[in-house]
Design a protein around this ligand. Structure first.
Ligand code: COA
Ligand code: AMP
Length: 638
């Protein structure tokens, strides 16, 4: 065993032997206003709660304590926006001051502890400031990704019931400026719950009108707060109080409100920065994601700041802003130590710059490691990145629900040998097992359901927002005593994990998690549609892309192209451009089992050109040929 693998094994073993001592020790990495009474209370909450009795504040730990301890002049957040040609550096002191002032603004508007605040923002510093200001005053933020449509935003408004919404006048994509305000207004029209107020950051690319009495101007409020010298103190929060709600796709169209608490979240994220990512205070960490996703919450905003690192908030793409050298410029310019992104970003770069010519133009000597997550990292992409960047490329596996890596290669403890196709080993805190459908453990190298023995470690969701029952039903009931990840895969003889597929209807499009069930609901809502099925088809760039099949109602007599266009537009309107829903086929029938279950798995195998077994229970095998024919018309190998 090498020294580094010994380190990992010793650490994992020390957690297994005494998990409470392990997390109590990790908890020393953050500041507490009052110490916790217990490390873990198994009788509280659905499966137990971490650090009950502890009082703390996440924003204080991200900002004030670093200001107080000699880091006030260090860059805390660097905003780099090739899409608008702007950059701005916030020191820890600058960021603390703006967060504190904006916290005071929110309080003056009547937002207080426990109130929900929806944040619907593009990748601008004010998004992170809004999140941290909520954390400071004890309000619970719920960030909604900008690529979601108004009705998705409305669903989240109705579930979170926010007092306020913080948004911006527009977001900017390479091919267009997206007016956010009409989307926001439409969402508020659609929702049953009406927020009392909004705060809007006006952007010069497309300012918007504000509604008197409801909408407030971010800059005006902040200027007023600064002129009056008002600020906010970090609110004492129970460790178990919610810090945020982040909605993620569930098995129906209604998203799940993943809850994160203050105490456990801080302890876990702070621990990961050194142990998993090998980052020291003062290092520059860059998660090229979006604050609307969990990666953005954990590794653009909270973890780097908790650890006293500089974080980069990048408003741009891996390619086209302006070229496939965009990432390398940022790394050189801001002296990035670790880059964290989704494999799809690298596939996009590799497609445009297969020889890595742009990489050679930049000095990347500060870059120590590339971390990938969000979807399966295909071996080709890993090998290309390793060869071109000449740094370790680390795949790690996690979910919105966990907030940090379930499995990874803990570079800070000592890098383990990389096995292509595997996100390496379980992290301390997670007892990962593979079991069959009856709940029995399967031998090594055998495909099964990946589960985590309860309790989940600090930082993972304690429940779903206002919905313990759905939390239990979705994650805990099928395999009692375990958290169901809904990923299938295997563990080899050395403990390396292999994540193969989801066991539910979730697909992963460009690292974005989407529910095919949600898309089917939208298609079924079209007046001409009798029945719909959506599958995720392999895509060389985005990993997967959705493809829809619809059967029309009897008597519908519309040209097929028109129907297809209408359905593509409907999914874009109801779910948003992020669904990347561009392919739909009108078919006469869907393949089903004799009991009426649509054979989506077989349809996906056909679309991917994989060999498949004729399902024994199929109602009419001829339908599979019809599906294959429809796919061929759309250019699939089928
Ligand atoms: N607001 C509004 N629209 C958005 C948006 C946002 N914040 N983000 C994306 N969109 C739109 C895009 O403009 C695109 O619209 P289009 O259909 O009109 O072209 C659509 O949503 C799909 O976006 P995306 O899947 O991102 O595809 P893309 O072709 O624009 O870019 C990549 C492809 C690979 C460059 C891009 O997906 C990427 O950078 N991925 C990085 C991975 C990542 O951030 N993962 C998050 C988890 S780690
Ligand atoms: P999200 O909640 O958006 O982070 O998506 C979580 C899902 O993405 C997981 O359940 C997996 O299906 C998939 N995923 C995330 N990271 C990886 C990875 N490193 N390898 C394989 N699949 C991954």
């Amino acid at each position: 065993m090498s020294a580094s693998s010994q380190n990992y094994h010793q650490t994992y073993q020390s957690w297994q032997e005494d998990p409470l001592a392990f997390w109590a020790h990790a908890a020393q990495g953050v500041d507490w206003m009052s110490p916790f009474e217990r490390v873990f209370d198994p009788s509280a909450g659905v499966y137990g709660r971490w650090f009950p009795g502890g009082v703390c504040n996440t924003a204080y730990n991200c900002l004030d304590r670093h200001v107080e301890r000699g880091r006030k002049g260090q860059a805390a957040l660097i905003y780099d926006s090739p899409i608008t040609g702007s950059k701005k550096v916030y020191s820890f002191e600058d960021l603390r001051d703006e967060v504190s002032a904006f916290g005071a603004v929110l309080k003056n508007l009547g937002v207080g502890k426990g109130d929900r605040v929806v944040v619907y923002m593009p990748m601008i510093p004010e998004a992170a400031i809004a999140m941290l200001a909520c954390a400071r005053i004890g309000a619970i933020h719920s960030v909604v990704f900008g690529g979601f449509a108004a009705s998705e935003l409305a669903t989240r408004i109705d579930d979170a019931r926010p007092k306020a919404i913080i948004s911006a006048s527009c977001g900017i994509e390479p091919n267009r400026v997206i007016a956010y305000k009409p989307l926001l207004d439409e969402a508020i029209d659609l929702s049953t719950h009406k927020p009392e107020l909004t705060v809007i950051k006006q952007r010069e690319q497309k300012p918007c009108d504000l509604i008197d009495g409801r909408d407030h101007d971010y800059d005006a409020l902040l200027a007023d707060a600064n002129a009056r010298g008002i600020d906010s103190d970090p609110e004492p929060m129970d460790a178990t109080d919610p810090l945020y709600i982040l909605y993620t796709s569930g098995t129906t169209g209604i998203p799940k409100g993943v809850v994160r608490d203050h105490g456990g979240h801080m302890v876990a994220l702070n621990w990961t920065m050194s142990a998993i990512y090998d980052m020291q205070p003062g290092d520059v960490f860059w998660a090229a994601s979006d604050v609307g996703w969990v990666v953005g919450h954990s590794y653009i905003v909270y973890a780097p700041l908790l650890a006293g690192c500089t974080t980069i908030l990048y408003e741009g793409k891996p390619v086209g802003t302006p070229d496939p050298g965009a990432f390398w410029r940022v790394i050189e310019e801001h002296k990035v130590s670790s880059l964290f992104t989704a494999p799809t970003a690298f596939r996009a770069i590799k497609k445009e710059d297969p020889d890595g010519a742009f990489i050679e133009k930049y000095d990347l000597h500060t870059l120590k490691t590339l971390f990938l997550a969000g979807e399966r990292a295909d071996p080709d992409t890993i090998e290309w990145a390793q060869e071109k960047l000449r740094v370790p490329v680390i795949d790690h596996w996690w979910q919105t629900e966990t907030g940090w890596a379930i499995a990874g290669n803990p570079v800070g403890l000592g890098k383990l040998p990389v096995r292509l196709g595997s996100p390496t080993v379980a992290m301390p805190g997670y007892d990962v097992q593979v079991i069959d459908d009856a709940g029995h453990p399967v031998p090594a190298d055998t495909l099964g359901n990946i589960v985590v023995k309860l309790p989940l470690p600090p930082g993972c969701l304690p429940t779903l927002w206002n919905n313990d029952e759905r939390f239990k039903a979705s994650y805990l009931e099928e395999f009692p005593g375990y958290y169901k990840t809904a990923d299938a895969g295997m563990i080899d003889g050395d403990g390396y994990l292999f994540i193969m597929a989801r066991t539910d209807d979730i697909i992963n499009v460009a690292g974005h998690r989407l529910s095919t069930g949600g898309m089917e609901e939208v298609l079924s809502g079209h007046p001409a549609v009798a029945e719909a099925a959506v599958i995720g088809v392999s895509d060389a760039l985005k990993g997967q892309l959705p493809a829809g099949f619809v059967v029309t109602k009897d008597g519908v007599d519309l040209p097929m192209e028109q129907l297809e266009k209408e359905m593509v537009a409907l999914v874009r309107e109801k779910i948003g451009p992020v669904a990347a829903f561009k392919t739909v086929m009108v078919v006469d029938r869907l393949p089903k089992t004799r009991s009426g279950k649509i054979l989506r798995g077989t349809m996906r195998q056909i679309a991917d050109g994989e060999p498949y077994k004729m399902p024994a229970t199929i109602d009419d095998p001829a339908i599979l040929d019809e599906i294959s024919g429809a796919l061929k018309t759309k250019g699939y190998a089928a």
